[in-house]
Every structure is written in structure tokens, then in C-alpha cells.
Design a binder for this molecule. Structure first.
Ligand code: NAP
Length: 246
């Protein structure tokens, strides 16, 4: 399917992107801003967020905002405070792209260390859950809100050595489905994207020997990311969609 949206499809929208400093999240923030959205850039490395901020400003897109937050250590209170800040500053939120994620260590199952398991689950699942819960009252005030989760091919078919990462992506798809069903009669649409192999640092650390130039870039997969945030995608709910279908 061709995912096409109008050039100004996201005019007036406020969209939060997690992991906005690098890789797919960085590109999504730029693309959302290019289509008219005010983007809130959340991530843990302030320098990277500032560089995306500057790029958006230089391009003349709506002025973004930065939320520095390490999802490994953040508690429920951090997310509640974050939502207060967003409400005070913007008065609304229309979209959330849950993109931040960690790969952890790929290893045989019996060698997965408890600490490494906990960290992957904390960032990929629990932090995403707590953030979503905190954001929900504000999201529900929007007359057309979108929640987009990020999964992986190993999030719907387990694969040897992908350990905690694969398990965390199964949980992410579960979270998306539960929420989409609960909210199916509301103005909040909930979906997940499987980016497929994409040229980023995470991909390079999972496949160090791969020739990166053969992979799609984050920009190549943006049509789906835009579609699920835009009016054009309003009828999609509860789906897990491949950005690079076979
Ligand atoms: P990436 O280049 O490693 O970017 C991940 C982003 O998440 C970075 O900006 C990173 O911040 C941020 N992040 C990681 N841990 C965080 C934490 N504790 N708190 C706040 N932010 C944190 O990875 P990517 O390839 O773009 O991946 C984006 C999403 O797509 C992930 O959910 C990943 O699982 C998924 N995915 C990617 C592929 C692929 O081929 N690339 C395939 C399937 C699924 P820093 O820059 O500060 O580290």
C-alpha cells in the first residue's frame, strides 16, 4: 500500500517523539515537523536532541521543544510531571510515537543476565507503559489522537538469541492491542509499526557485518510513520504494520 499524506497534514498538531535524538526517531521528528507538527523531542542525550531542534528551527518548521529524560531511571512521577509541563506549554497532545528502545545484549537464552533483562524491559515496556498511562487523560482531550508503538519482526515471531529484546517487543504488541481494543470507540487510535531492517546504530550493533548501504534509511520508511499520525490514517486501529512489507 502507498501511504500518502498532504504536505500540511499535521498542521496544528502537537506530537511527542521518544528517542528523537537518533535513528528512526530523529527522522520521524523532522518529518512530522516538516508536515506542520509542533514536535516534542524526548530522549536521554541532550546534545543529540539539541541538534534535531536546531535542524527543525533552521528549516523554518514549527518551533519544537526538548524533554531530556532517561527512560531507564524515570518513575511514574517523572511522567506525570512531564505531562503537566506539556499541558502548561501546549495545552494539548495529539500524537505520541513510542520509538525509544534498547537492544540489550543478544545471547543464548541461558546466558541472559537478570540485570540486562530488567533494563530492556524497563525501557522498552515499563517506561512506555507508565508514559502512556500518564499521557492518556491529555490524549483523550484531543478530538483525533494517535498512539504509535514500535515493534520488530522478532516481536511477533521469536528468534534464537534475540532474548529480552524479542520478549519486550511481544509485550509492546500486547500493550498496543489491549489499548486499541479498550479505546476502539474513542478518538484515540492505537497502532504499531515494525520498521524492518533500517540503517541506524541499533541495526549496526545487531548486525555488525552487514553492508549498511543495502538497508533502507529512516527517511525511506517515513510514509507509514506520517500516515498513522495524519488525518489520512484515521480509520486504522489495532494494527501492527510493516514499514517494509515483503
Ligand atoms: P537507535 O538509532 O539506537 O535509536 C534509539 C533511540 O532511543 C536513541 O535516540 C536513544 O537515545 C533512545 N533511547 C535508548 N534508550 C533510551 C532511554 N533509556 N531513555 C531515553 N531514550 C532512549 O535505534 P533505531 O534503530 O532508530 O530504533 C528505533 C526503534 O525502532 C526502536 O524501538 C527499535 O527497537 C525499533 N526497530 C528498529 C529496527 C532497525 O532496523 N533499525 C528494526 C526493528 C525495530 P540515545 O541516542 O541518547 O542513545
Amino acid at each position: 500500500m502507498e501511504y500518502q499524506v498532504a504536505a500540511n497534514a499535521l498542521d496544528g498538531k502537537v506530537i511527542l517523539v521518544t528517542g528523537a535524538g537518533d535513528g528512526i526517531g530523529r527522522q520521524a521528528a523532522l518529518s512530522y515537523a516538516q508536515h506542520g507538527a509542533t514536535v516534542i523531542l524526548l530522549g536521554r542525550t541532550v546534545k543529540k536532541l539539541e541538534s534535531v531542534y536546531d535542524e527543525i528551527e533552521t528549516a523554518g518548521f514549527p518551533q519544537p521543544a526538548i524533554i531530556p529524560l532517561d527512560m531507564l531511571g524515570a518513575t511514574r512521577q517523572h511522567y506525570l510531571d512531564m505531562v503537566d509541563t506539556i499541558e502548561q506549554q501546549f495545552g494539548r497532545i495529539d500524537g505520541v510515537l513510542h520509538n525509544a528502545g534498547m537492544l540489550g545484549v543478544l545471547s543464548p537464552f541461558d546466558q541472559i543476565e537478570e540485570k540486562a533483562f530488567d533494563e530492556v524491559m524497563q525501557v522498552n515496556v515499563k517506561a512506555t507503559f507508565l508514559m502512556t498511562q500518564a499521557l492518556m487523560p491529555l490524549l483523550q482531550k484531543s478530538d483525533d489522537a494517535r498512539l504509535v508503538f514500535t515493534t520488530s519482526t522478532v516481536g511477533h515471531a521469536g528468534r534464537a538469541f534475540w532474548g529480552a529484546y524479542a520478549m519486550s517487543k511481544f509485550a509492546t504488541e500486547g500493550m498496543m492491542q489491549v489499548l486499541a481494543d479498550e479505546l476502539s470507540n474513542t478518538s484515540v487510535k492505537v497502532n504499531a509499526i515494525n520498521p524492518g531492517g533500517t540503517r541506524t546504530k541499533m541495526r549496526a550493533s545487531a548486525f555488525p557485518a552487514e553492508e549498511a548501504s543495502k538497508l533502507k534509511s529512516p527517511l525511506d520508511i517515513m510514509p507509514l510513520y506520517l500516515y498513522l499520525m495524519a488525518p489520512e490514517g484515521i480509520n486504522v486501529n489495532g494494527q501492527c504494520i510493516d514499514a517494509q512489507p515483503k
